[in-house]
Every structure is written in C-alpha cells, then in structure tokens.
Ligand binder design. Structure first.
Ligand code: SAM
Length: 296
C-alpha cells in the first residue's frame, strides 16, 4: 500500500526541473546572482584573491561548473587581468548569451560536468573552480561526484569556491499568526519532492569533511546571513521556482484521487502568493561558501 506521503513524493519530480526553461528562468538566475553578490560582497572570496595574486607565471584559468547564463563568470572576468582564461560549462546551453556579446577571454561550453570525458587540455589546468546553486545535483547527501569533477579540473594547489543558499535552513514566516501557513505547506511539498529524488539537505552539515576527504588539504565553510531588507527579493526568486515546479506535477485526470495534483498545487501556490503579498517571506536565512585548496 502506498502511503499518503509516498504518493506526494512520487508526484513531484524535481529532476525534470532543469530541462524545462525559458527566459524567466534566466531572469530568475540574474536576480539570484545579484542577491548572492549583494549578500557576499565579493565575486572571489578575499582569501582566494590574495592567494592568486602571489607568484603567478602562467595566465589564470577559472572554470564555472553549471554556469547557467554566465552572470558570475562575466563579473569575474571584469576583476581579473585580460590574460585570464575563463570557461563556463553547462549541460543546458539555452541561457548562454550570444558569443559576440561576451568578453573574448570567456568561453561557454555545453558539457555535463559529471561526465569524466572533459577535454584533456582542460583537465588539471584550473587555478579556480567555482560552483554556485548546484545543490540539486547532490544525491543522498553524497558530494563525491561533484567534488571529483572539481578535483579533476583543478591544478595541484588550485582553489574551489562553492556557494549555496542553505536550503537545509529554508523558512517561511509572517508578521502575524498563521500568516505563512500555505508557504510552510508548500515548503513541505517541495522537500518531499526532493526526498523522492534523493535530494536531502543534510549534506550541508558534512560538506566541509567531504571536501577534506576529496584530496583538498585546506577547507573552510563560512555562513553569510541574508539581509532582512532582501527577504522579499529572495521570496520572489523562490516563487519563480515554485511556479515552474507546477509543470512537474501531474494533472488530476492523469492521477485521479492522488493527494497532490497540478490543480491542488496551483491552488496552494495561489494562497502562497496571497500570503506573500500580505508580507510573508520564504528564504534560506543565510548563504554558505565552501572554500577548498586541492593538495599540491
Ligand atoms: C541553479 S542553476 C545555477 C546556475 C549558475 N551556477 C548560477 O548560480 O547562476 C544550476 C545550473 O546547473 C546546470 N546543470 C545541472 N546539471 C548539470 C551537469 N551535470 N553538468 C553541467 N551543468 C549542469 C543547469 O543546467 C543550471 O544551469
């Protein structure tokens, strides 16, 4: 017999999420990019910038895994010397800007970064590998596949900078009692959908140890609290995701009597929007930056 929770989980397939996108997804990623930048106050964390400034003999090489629309890479290109070579890899190139509109030292490439078959001239060649908002690729709290990809690309003593919203700390709240009821319900549905795909958020607690175990001899995990005046902007960013998730939920006619259907999800989403219009907010409380230096 299938329990109510099991049926709900089976009905939301987050894995399909990254396959169905349009310009709104890229706009959302731009909003998220500027929210990250405003919260962190840096493109490259000062400890990495300082390390890079010392004793270079070859052009700097930077890779961004799952680069989306390239927003982070373009800002990074602005702060590095023009000799730096920047590469963005994404499994889905639909959000890449036109090649004529990007700096000449930035290359965007369609690649599955979890696939070991990366061009030989790139393997072991990067001074910095950057990842941001890649949490949906972590299955069963195992960061191994992502860290192996990073490790393969870094040169000895190269640096990892990995930024995430701490989705283990997602919260919904409102100024008045019960003002975020539907928001909390929606968070539970999203969590259940993630669990069905092996996406749990407890890896945040062990990521430092996992990096250390993956041939990195320096690791540091730093938390950056969100600014409360930006909770509304973060809420809007998450609402855009949750609105898209509706497309992943089957309609009532396809799963008659299921505890979660597209129609029920959309009804709940309308209530969520109403609550947020009245001041409820949904956010991750803080960002996490994971820094690692590969063994020399
Ligand atoms: C949440 S978006 C983040 C985009 C970008 N890092 C940012 O912060 O704006 C995740 C990105 O990872 C990409 N992605 C997912 N799986 C991937 C894989 N196996 N290899 C490369 N890119 C992948 C998606 O296509 C999407 O662009």
């Amino acid at each position: 017999m299938t329990s109510r929770t099991d049926s709900t989980e089976e009905n939301v397939n987050m894995e399909k999420y990254w396959r169905t996108r349009d310009f709104k997804t890229s706009a959302r990623l731009h909003l998220q990019h500027w929210l990250f930048q405003s919260t962190l106050g840096f493109v490259l964390i000062p400890s990495i910038r300082e390390a890079l400034a010392n004793g270079r003999t070859t052009p700097l090489r930077v890779a961004d895994l799952g680069c989306g629309n390239g927003a982070w890479l373009f800002e990074c290109a602005n702060l590095l010397p023009p000799s730096a070579q920047l590469y963005g890899f994404d499994i889905q190139p639909v959000h890449f800007p036109a090649a004529t509109n990007i700096p000449p030292n930035v290359k965007l490439m369609e690649r599955d970064v979890l696939d070991a078959k990366l061009p030989d001239d790139l393997v072991g060649s990067f001074d910095v590998v950057h990842i941001r908002a890649f949490g949906s690729l972590i299955r069963n709290s195992d960061c191994g596949p992502v860290l192996r990809a990073v490790e393969r690309l870094l040169r000895p003593a190269g640096w990892l900078q990995w930024e995430e919203a701490d989705t283990s700390a997602m919260t919904a709240s409102a100024g008045r009692d019960d003002g975020a009821r539907s928001c909390n319900m929606l968070l539970s549905v999203i969590k259940a959908g993630g669990r069905a795909n092996g996406t749990t958020f407890d890896w945040f607690a062990t990521v430092g140890d996992q990096v250390a175990a993956a041939n990195f001899n320096y690791t540091n995990v730093v938390k950056f609290p969100l600014k409360s005046e930006q909770y509304k902007a973060w809420t809007e960013d998450y609402l855009l995701v949750y609105e898209e998730v509706a497309q992943m939920v089957p309609k009532e006619k396809d799963v008659p009597g299921a505890p979660l259907t597209r129609e029920k999800y959309e009804g709940m989403f309308d209530q969520v929007v109403k609550e947020t219009n009245e001041g409820a907010v949904i956010h991750s409380q803080h960002l996490i930056v994971i820094v690692g230096q590969k063994a020399a």
